[in-house]
Design a protein around this ligand. Structure first.
Ligand code: NAP
Ligand code: ZN
Ligand code: ZN
Length: 347
């Protein structure tokens, strides 16, 4: 077994603290990655604090992982020692169900081995995430990372990047379309960069007036402060696509009201409480409300390659791991521009 150092939450009200644990020795198809950076996703906070229920402790969060391959198993063909590699929100799935075969492993009908707060395919061995020194992952669930990008900014692509890329692609967002992004946080700022890269006209809907300049620098064309309902009136029925990334309970009806006929509101934010949808918000204009969960391995690689070709990375604040609890507090207070990323050398 491989002795591994990390940081773990030991209960929903506990601060994260150093934790040592064992990972498996790399098997023939496994890649051993020395983790260099791990992003801090709001999902880490929801789960460390058991806001969604069912959390497994001790929990080593982290699913925005980049690092260098230290060792590969005998049958590995995709990676060699020294390569850069990434790991996102899951490390395995059944591989045989229709969704796995379609490359939508995140919707596996049998078992998805979440990168943390889950179990391996034996449905017993707990998984531990990227707030740690190293990780062992099957090569099929490991992503290739281009060598010439700032690595700390690549880490958040593994969750925030794919979670926004996937629905934008699925609904063919492109030139001539008016797109709204609700909430300018880790996901939101990637949604703005990607929607703008796809040629859409992007409007940010934010509770934070202080983010306007940043929003425009990220590629947004318009910025709407959501605290004032009057700001929505002239925009009713004018949007082709709205991406809601808000992490806390909120009223989705004003955003549904933005949609033109047959347009879509995609919920990617995962607040712990149900949202209240007025039937009239959907019936008018035959609007659609859908959700979306991360993305499959094939699409995640496509997103990484797209971002490498376009020089797109996340805007990050790199922190030493001893500041992780403060970073959680600041994220919850909306005080992050726009993703905390842990420098794992500080472990
Ligand atoms: P984040 O960085 O904290 O950003 C969330 C943003 O939501 C904030 O920056 C803020 O933007 C807005 N917001 C926060 N509280 C609000 C409130 N009470 N009312 C209205 N707006 C509020 O979080 P994140 O990492 O981007 O994650 C966002 C959500 O997506 C989380 O729930 C996370 O669990 C979920 N998520 C889902 C998936 C998926 O696959 N579906 C993947 C990753 C994460 P403004 O300051 O601009 O208002
Ligand atoms: Zn995430
Ligand atoms: Zn499956």
């Amino acid at each position: 077994m491989l002795q591994t150092r990390g940081y773990a939450a030991r209960g929903p009200a506990e601060a994260l603290a150093p934790f040592s644990f064992e990972r498996r020795e790399p098997g023939p198809r496994d890649v051993l990655i020395e983790i260099q950076y791990c992003g801090v996703c709001h999902s880490d906070i929801h789960q460390a604090r058991d806001e969604w229920g069912g959390s497994i402790y001790p929990m080593v969060p982290g699913h925005e992982i980049v690092g260098r391959v230290a060792r590969v198993g005998a049958e590995v063909t995709k990676f060699r020692a020294g390569d850069l590699a990434g790991v996102g929100c899951f490390v395995d799935s059944c591989r045989v169900c229709a969704n796995c075969r379609d490359g939508e492993e995140q919707y596996c009908e049998n078992h998805v081995a979440s990168t943390y707060n889950g179990t391996e395919m034996d449905e017993k061995t707990p998984t531990y995430g990227g707030y740690s020194s190293q990780i062992v992952v099957d090569e099929d669930y490991t992503l290739k990372v281009a060598p010439d990008q700032p690595l700390a900014g690549v880490a958040p692509l593994l969750c925030a990047g794919i979670t926004t890329y996937s629905p934008l692609r699925h609904f063919n967002v492109g030139p001539g379309q008016r797109v709204g992004v609700v909430g300018l946080g880790g996901l939101g700022h990637m949604g703005v960069k990607l929607a703008a890269a796809f040629g859409a006209e992007v409007t940010v809907f934010s509770t934070s007036p202080s983010k306007e300049q940043d929003a425009r620098a990220l590629g947004a064309h318009n910025f709407v402060v959501t605290r004032d309902p009057a700001n929505f009136t002239p925009l009713a029925g004018r949007f082709d696509f709205v991406l809601d990334t808000v992490s806390a309970p909120h009223d989705p009806n004003p955003y549904l009201g933005l949609l033109r006929r047959d347009a879509v509101l995609v919920l990617v934010g995962l607040p712990e409480k149900p949202l209240e949808v007025a039937a009239f918000s959907l019936a008018a204009n035959r609007r659609r409300l859908v959700g979306s969960s991360i993305g499959g391995i094939r699409e995640t690689q496509e997103m990484l390659d797209f971002c490498a070709a376009r020089n797109i990375t996340s805007d990050v604040e790199v922190i030493p791991i001893r500041q992780i609890n403060e970073a959680y507090e600041r994220t919850v207070r909306n005080d992050v521009r726009y993703r905390f990323v842990i420098d794992m050398e500080t472990l």
